[in-house]
Design a protein around this ligand. Structure first.
Ligand SMILES: Cc1cc2nc3c(=O)[nH]c(=O)nc-3n(C[C@H](O)[C@H](O)[C@H](O)COP(=O)(O)OP(=O)(O)OC[C@H]3O[C@@H](n4cnc5c(N)ncnc54)[C@H](O)[C@@H]3O)c2cc1C
Length: 400
């Protein structure tokens, strides 16, 4: 097969999907090459949290622009915008569910929390600072003695990552994009310092622009383009717990004090931990099962915040791999041979920003610069330039 496109995107996770959608929307002929199937990587394992709380302004801006998509999916992408867990009807939308989002921090981070909330409010994000009494009203089952202040985003929640990627690809294909699955990229064709296309298990595909959106596998693709950036894999396990009847529902929460996050889904609660996420493993390691010890640690942690969860029951647990960079921020932009772009390294928090990143990457590729949100801080060359990304009021790294 020898196919000609304007842009080849490697990887049909949520980021490849979002970029394909935004390029196709502007009339670009896109070919999306995926080694297995849509959302087979991190996207299919993602917890799907949709919130805007970050300590870096551009991260919050990307999350806020993306939030408009999650909230208005039908108008902005197509398909439906609601997901009914009671009927288990998987729509062609993103499955956004509004739960409200609470950011809990330890005492030493209260000043950073105040400063970051102020930054979010300047962006226009609906968020307010609340006290322990308010947390008790919102979530009566929570242990709240350690809480001084929390940030509350009433509009936030979670979405369905596989549905989101599939819906974006569906919309991209409606606009002429091609998706080729079971098609592993094995080499990048380069000539005269310019990208010419990709070699795959289904033959050669030609295009003057190739985008690496291969998630945890992106380092290998960078190597094919002659690039050697600091890039590792990051493993993350999650579990679903059946809530005891006493807890009908609760908001979505990031709980820095207990190094965990959790969110509801029907009568289940999904739990993930910030610590104990190994770096550097093969992303092809088994992800159908969580690693030994994870479930015990997760139960211990969730019971600290929600003591009555002791009466809950384990439903299921699994893992996933994302690409991670030294400052836990993505690499976005051109590097190496002319026409080669990176759209990878989302470091365990890239689902919620995917709509805006795809839009901004399409602007960068077609207009020379991203205008919706300035992506220049995410340049793949920032580490060599000694400019890692750090927030103005930083929390410690989310993943330990
Ligand atoms: C368990 C878990 C929970 C998470 N929870 C959240 C969350 O709550 N909120 C949030 O915002 N983020 C979360 N994240 C992070 C988020 O899911 C990822 O940042 C995001 O899904 C990355 O998308 P991607 O498209 O870059 O990568 P992926 O989804 O990994 O897609 C990369 C694709 O590239 C394909 N590929 C690889 N090599 C090749 C090749 N040689 N040729 C062709 N195709 C190839 C892969 O098969 C894969 O489909 C979580 C991640 C994990 C693992």
């Amino acid at each position: 097969m020898n196919s000609t496109a304007d842009v080849i995107i490697i990887g049909a996770g949520v980021h490849g999907a979002s970029l394909a959608f935004h390029l196709a929307q502007r009339g670009v002929r896109v070919t999306l090459l995926e080694k297995t199937f849509v959302a087979a990587g991190a996207t299919g394992r993602s917890s799907g949290l949709v919130r805007m709380h970050y300590d870096v302004k551009q991260d919050s801006e990307l999350a806020w622009v993306s939030f408009q998509y999650f909230r208005n999916w039908k108008e902005m992408v197509g398909g439906t915008s609601t997901y009914s867990s009671s009927t288990m009807s998987l729509s062609a939308g993103c499955g956004f569910t509004r739960t409200g989002f609470l950011q809990l921090v330890a005492h030493e981070d209260v000043d950073n929390l105040k400063a970051n909330v102020s930054m979010h409010q300047q962006i226009g994000i609906p968020v307010l600072l609340i006290k322990a009494d308010d947390v008790r009203r919102l979530a009566p089952s929570f242990a709240s003695d350690d809480i001084e202040l929390a940030a509350f985003e009433p509009e936030s929640g979670y979405a369905m990552p596989s549905d989101t990627a599939n819906a974006l690809i569906h919309a991209a294909r409606d606009k002429g994009a091609k998706l080729i699955q079971d098609c592993e990229v094995t080499g990048i064709h380069i000539g005269g310092g310019k990208v010419k296309g990709a070699q795959t298990t289904q033959g050669r595909f030609d295009a003057p622009i190739v985008v690496n959106a291969a998630g945890a596998w992106a380092d290998k693709i960078n190597g094919m383009a002659g690039l050697n950036f600091p890039y590792a894999t990051w493993r993350h396990d999650t579990m679903f717990v059946m809530r005891p009847k006493q807890i009908v529902n609760h908001p979505t929460v990031i709980d820095f004090a207990n190094e965990m996050y959790f969110r509801p889904e029907g009568n289940l609660t999904l739990v993930g931990l910030e610590d104990g996420n190994p770096l550097g493993e093969s992303p092809d390691t088994d992800t159908d099962h969580a690693r030994p010890g994870f479930v015990e640690r997760g139960i211990d942690r969730i019971c600290k915040r929600i003591p009555v969860m002791e009466n809950g029951a384990l439903h299921s647990a699994h893992g996933g791999y994302d690409g991670i960079t030294p400052d836990q921020h993505p690499m976005l932009g051109a590097a190496g041979p002319e026409g080669f772009y990176l759209d990878c390294g989302f470091s365990g928090t890239g689902f919620k920003t995917a709509p805006a990143v795809g839009l901004c990457m399409s602007e960068m590729i077609l207009d020379g610069k991203s205008k919706t949100v300035d992506l220049s801080i995410y340049s793949p060359t920032r580490f060599a330039a000694g400019k890692p990304i750090v927030g103005s009021h930083p929390y410690s790294s989310i993943w330990k």
